[in-house]
Write a protein that binds this ligand. Structure first.
Ligand SMILES: Nc1ncnc2c1ncn2[C@@H]1O[C@H](COP(=O)(O)OP(=O)(O)O)[C@@H](O)[C@H]1O
Ligand SMILES: [Mg+2]
Length: 603
């Protein structure tokens, strides 16, 4: 396992942590004090009876007054330190979430592809909460559980070293079992924590897709995946709880045994006169207060081992490789995009090979090619979701590799075929395009994207809450919302990846027009699913297996005798009818992204 640099996470919060520890330490002192005073008070009451002497009332009153003051001080400090614990721990974990959020934005998209979506959210939610609980509850408890027994222990050693020795010995032996339990969690825990996150991501997935699955009558099947994950979690939870639980139980038993042995030894010693009855009494009372916090400490230390796993997992995100950039580099004014000898592969799959092309400002370029030829990849590379392995992509002459990804994205509007909507109002979902947009601006963008009609029909209009992912809206409606976002964002570079694929032809024609209006003065790149929408493009690039095989205008390419001509002919023959090939083996089904030409009839 990696070296544990856990507390580095909190490097900026050292003061908060110190204040949590310090205040709890302070509040524990009067607590130890009034335990001791209680003992002296009882002694002051009992001893005169045993010795048949008169009570010293002024002494007792004094003790009582001290006792009450210590108690009040203890209460006050406890309230202060508890409030402090919560506030500080909360602000630490908020800071941590912000740091994580910022970090996630600077990571390559590849990081998320390697991980389960539940795993990433798990780190943000579960692991950070685990760390927060540790700071607000466990850390103060640990302080108390150490300070109080140490104070009492010192006092008891002073009273009778032999009996105190028995107590300390039992603590030492018991401690061994806590170490054992922590070892077991270290060995099993990662699997357990991963299983917890896997379960949450399966549940998410299931909840998101339940409608779709139902329509295919697949709930049973899909459910079995969820079911298996749950079973695995149950098994692992059981394993780590039992395996780690047994040593914890032994720990508790040993401490109880220590207390009893000490008392028995004390009783014997009163017979030989090595210890007085009041001393034995002292051990009975304070021994209890000595052991109680230690009994609490053991399980906490065991649970803290889980926290360390969480912290390690958070650390893994924080140390993941970022997209590098040159902090000095400003965005150029020019928005011309250029590919110079660009080659790109995902892991070991070559996708783009030696691409050279230029996307001028104030022009529309269409990317055409069979499904899998690399069109979406080209668009994603411009937005720097990944970095290319060789060659360079530049904007206004500056390689995107040198640009801060946040800055770069501020200049780009993207619309994808798959649209994700947040669990928020429609207005806020459109506002994603421009943070401080007024409702008027939002409505205007919605009108241009043709969403106003369906939005106004919704029960709360623009304030209607969309369900997570957007499953309460149709694919076409989601896509129109995402187009409204892009229109609202009003960025100089517009990348449309099959942006109108889920729309009916009527809406598509209108939106197409709106999008074309968007082009004025901008750099527009379109992956379209219908040829009709790209006939006016200033330039068309035909991608064939990761290479540009043809380029030019529609008029040029349509008679060029190449792939473009073949594809165009096929769509012409299909007569613009939307026919979906039901046979997935038909390669050309996805000719232009999701174009619906049924090619089996033509070939
Ligand atoms: N994240 C990814 N990881 C690995 N391979 C990918 C990834 N995204 C796309 N690919 C592969 O890269 C190739 C090009 O994909 P893509 O750019 O989406 O094509 P298009 O948009 O033209 O359909 C395909 O073979 C696809 O399977
Ligand atoms: Mg694609």
């Amino acid at each position: 396992m990696k070296e544990n640099k856990s507390w580095d996470l909190y490097a900026d919060n050292r003061k908060d942590i110190l204040s949590i520890v310090g205040l709890n330490f302070l509040s524990d002192i009067p607590r130890g004090l009034f335990n001791g005073l209680l003992y002296l008070f009882i002694l002051g009451l009992v001893l005169p009876v045993l010795n048949n002497t008169a009570h010293d009332f002024s002494y007792l009153w004094e003790l009582f007054a001290f006792y009450i003051s210590a108690f009040v001080l203890y209460l006050m400090l406890t309230v202060i330190s508890q409030t402090n614990n919560y506030v500080r721990a909360y602000s630490i974990s908020t800071d941590l979430r912000i740091v994580l959020g910022n970090k996630l934005r600077r990571l390559q998209l590849g990081f998320f592809k390697q991980k389960d979506p539940g795993d990433v959210t798990g780190r943000l939610l579960h692991d950070v909460s685990q760390a927060e609980t540790t700071l607000s509850h466990n850390l103060p408890d640990i302080v108390t559980s150490v300070v109080v027994p140490v104070l009492i222990g010192l006092f008891l050693i002073y009273v009778n070293a032999e009996m105190a020795g028995i107590m300390l010995l039992s603590v030492l032996i018991a401690a061994f079992f806590v170490i054992l339990a922590r070892r077991i969690i270290a060995a099993l825990g990662m699997e357990h924590v991963t299983a917890i996150n896997q379960t949450s991501s399966r549940i998410l997935e299931y909840a998101r897709s339940v409608k779709l699955l139902k329509s295919y009558d697949m709930t049973g099947d899909k459910f079995s995946i969820l079911d298996n994950t749950m079973r695995k979690l149950k098994k692992l939870s059981f394993k780590s709880e039992v395996y780690a639980g047994i040593p914890v139980q032994i720990f508790l038993l040993l401490l109880d045994a220590g207390y009893l042995i000490m008392l028995s030894a004390g009783a014997t010693m009163t017979l030989t006169g090595d210890i007085s009855i009041p001393e034995l009494f002292t051990f009975a009372v304070l021994g209890y207060y000595f052991f109680a916090p230690i009994k609490k400490l053991g399980p906490i230390l065991v649970l803290m081992r889980y926290t360390r796993l969480s912290i390690d997992r958070i650390g893994e995100v924080l140390t993941a490789e970022e997209l590098p950039f040159d902090a000095e580099q400003e965005l150029p004014d020019d928005n011309t995009i250029e590919f110079n000898n660009v080659s790109f592969r995902y892991k070991d799959k070559d996708v783009l090979k030696n691409i050279n092309c230029r996307f001028p400002v104030n022009s529309m370029t269409a990317l055409v090619g069979l499904s899998g030829s690399g069109k979406s990849t080209m668009i994603n590379l411009i937005a720097r979701f990944w970095d290319v392995q060789s060659g360079s992509i530049s904007i206004g002459g500056v390689p995107v590799k040198e640009l801060n990804p946040d800055l770069l994205l501020s200049r780009i509007s993207m619309v994808f075929q798959d649209v994700y909507l947040f669990n928020d109002t429609i207005a806020n979902n459109i506002r994603v395009g421009k943070q401080y947009a007024t409702l008027e601006e939002i409505k205007k963008a919605a009108r241009l994207a043709r969403c106003d009609e369906f939005i106004e029909k919704l029960p709360q209009g623009y304030d209607t809450i969309v369900s997570e992912g957007g499953s309460s809206l149709s694919g076409g409606e989601r896509q129109r919302i995402s187009i409204a976002r892009a229109i609202l964002k009003d960025a100089p570079i517009v990348l449309l990846d099959e942006a109108t694929a889920s729309l009916d032809p009527e809406n598509e024609a209108v939106i197409q027009e709106a999008l074309e209006n968007l082009v004025r003065g901008r750099t527009l790149i379109v992956i379209a699913h219908r040829f009709k929408s790209i006939e006016n493009a200033d330039q068309i690039l035909v991608l064939d297996d990761g290479k540009i095989s043809e380029s030019g205008t529609h008029d040029l390419l349509v008679s060029g005798g190449g792939l473009y001509q073949r594809l165009w002919m096929m769509q012409q023959q299909a007569g613009g009818w939307k026919m979906r090939s039901s046979d997935p083996a038909v390669k050309y089904d996805n000719i232009m992204g999701t174009s619906s030409v049924s090619v089996d009839q033509q070939i």
